[in-house]
Design a protein around this ligand. Structure first.
Ligand code: ZN
Length: 143
C-alpha cells in the first residue's frame, strides 16, 4: 500500500466516507473501487458518499479475550451494525454494558480512542458505536 493510499484510507475511515455505485446506488463502506453487484458497469461511477453513521445492531458478541492493547477494555462488545444506507460494518459498542446490548438497538458512530501504543504513546482513533437511546442501567453505581 502506498503512503498516499494509506492516508486516504485513514481519512475515509475518520470521516465515514464511503462510495456510492452510480449504476445501482449501493453504498459501500469502507470504499471499494468496484461495485460487487455491477462489476465492470460500475467502473468510474463509484463516487464519494458521506454515510450517516446511524444504524442498528444486527448481531453482537461479547469479547472476553483480546490482544494486549485491548486488555483494558475487556469485556467489550463487538457488533455488526446495519447502517441506514444498508451497508453492514463491524464495530465496537461503547457506553453500554454487555447485558444492555440488544439486537435492533439503534446506534450511531462516535470517535474514540481505539488504543494507545505503550512505548510510543501513539494514540489511535477510530469510529465506535454508542446507543442512540441512552441506556438506563438499574444497577447504577452509588458514589
Ligand atoms: Zn452497483
Amino acid at each position: 500500500m502506498t503512503v498516499a493510499r494509506f492516508w486516504r484510507e485513514q481519512e475515509n475511515r475518520y470521516n465515514l466516507i464511503g462510495v456510492k455505485c452510480g449504476n445501482c446506488g449501493k453504498i459501500y463502506f469502507p470504499p471499494k473501487d468496484m461495485c460487487t453487484d455491477c462489476h465492470r458497469l460500475s467502473l468510474g461511477k463509484m463516487t464519494g458518499h458521506k454515510i450517516s453513521g446511524t444504524g442498528k445492531v444486527v448481531t453482537y458478541s461479547i469479547v472476553h479475550e483480546g490482544p494486549e492493547a485491548f486488555k483494558m477494555q475487556i469485556p467489550y462488545i463487538m457488533a455488526i451494525i446495519e447502517l441506514d444506507e444498508g451497508t453492514r460494518i463491524t464495530g465496537q459498542i461503547v457506553d453500554c454494558e454487555p447485558e444492555d446490548v440488544k439486537i435492533d438497538m439503534p446506534v450511531h458512530t462516535v470517535f474514540r480512542k481505539i488504543h494507545e501504543e505503550g512505548k510510543s504513546g501513539v494514540i489511535h482513533y477510530g469510529y465506535k458505536f454508542r446507543p442512540t437511546i441512552p441506556i438506563k442501567s438499574e444497577s447504577k453505581k452509588e458514589d
